[in-house]
Ligand binder design. Sequence first.
Ligand SMILES: [Zn+2]
Length: 472
Amino acid sequence: MSWQTVIGLEVHVQLATRTKMFCGCPTGYGEAPNTSVCPVCLGLPGALPSPNAEAVRLGVIGALALGCEVHPTSVFARKNYFYPDLPKGYQISQFDQPLATGGAVMMESPERGPIAISITRLHLEEDAGKSIHDRIPGHTAIDLNRAGTPLAEIVSGPDLQSPAEARAYLVTLRQLLVYAGVSECSMEKGSLRVDANLSIRRPGAPLGTKTEVKNMNSFANVERALESERRRQLALLEAGRQVTQVTLTFNAGTGAVKPLRSKEDSHDYRYFPDPDLPPLVLEPSWIAAQQAGLAELPVARRNRYELDFALSAYDARVLTQEPAVAGYFESVVAAGVDAKTAANWVMGEVMAGWNEARVFAVEPQRLAALIALVDNGTVSLQAAKRIYVDLATSAEAPRSVADRLGLIQVRNADALVGWVDEVLAANPREVARFRGGEAKLIGFFVGQVMKKSAGKADPKAIQPLLLERLGA
Ligand SMILES: [Zn+2]
């Protein structure tokens, strides 16, 4: 009898605010340690927290993008535990009355096709500080710059059935949140973190004992960590042993998970409503306005690309992966380029550069001007790709780069005839074979003429000339 894997994910995203959740300290990344702090986020006696309205707004937008119901009243609660990076001795979070509940994310499972993953809840909380183990030999240093950074915790239902599916869910969730403008969602910069719960059961049986895996620094490593934990639990169950509730840490170097501590239950945290913060009350009309103002989300944008631009589902999917890339593509089209031609350029040269450096080296208008040179026959497509490389490092106009590099196509008959005759004279054996019936050699001759012209000959003009000279 087979086993079924059950995975649920808790994703923490940093809300894209300039200041922290309950104080005015900046939320910058890479500042000198312990410089973005104040009595509130240091937890000094007498300091009072005050919720960041922008963080609340972004949390609401995130919840709406995930199809959740946003509650007009939610409550900030204290989650009590001791850890050196938590100066107050508690984290302000939300517990039994979260900001939002009951959403769903539609996604494409690599194994099951289109599925809906339920979102149990989205709540607001503040981040803790950071323990740094490699700064002072033999000691652990604490940087409290992150303490109080606004987070949304997004908890999925136990609906994912494989590590690969968990990874695909994260890609979809991240895309939604980036589109909605809620968070940068960068695992590298710590603005997206994942805790993964995994259990195994016989199909149809009650849920098995779950474990929690932490410390994954990429979506690929979330998948690897869950694969490792699934193998570990399967081995236990196959041997007739029990899985115990435990928190594990993933080692990316070895690909293995290691038990960290026995997992806490929520009652271990002694949650209670924060007496310093009144309930968070939101006007239903304000929530409705946020819903009405939601940005276009990925599914809508993909559909629009298929309908308005007549692009394939594949092209639409690739172009809309990142809102920045989609926006670039639309600017190129707005500058007068045919949608399919623009799509080919963006999915090729443009995305290669974007994926590498997260910048668009050539402005959409200049790319459009370059594509116009191909369309009107001034340069070949091959030459245009060469010019693109140059445009990426200069502010020159495409036409002037083409001139400078000598890439303007030559359609002048005398020049073309000269190159054609030279090529035919230099390849008498191929000429004889062509005349003997090997028609496919025409491609060879065209290639030779292109080479002789250093790419400047117009291939469309060469072929009829060749056929004429070869007496075909
Ligand atoms: Zn502060």
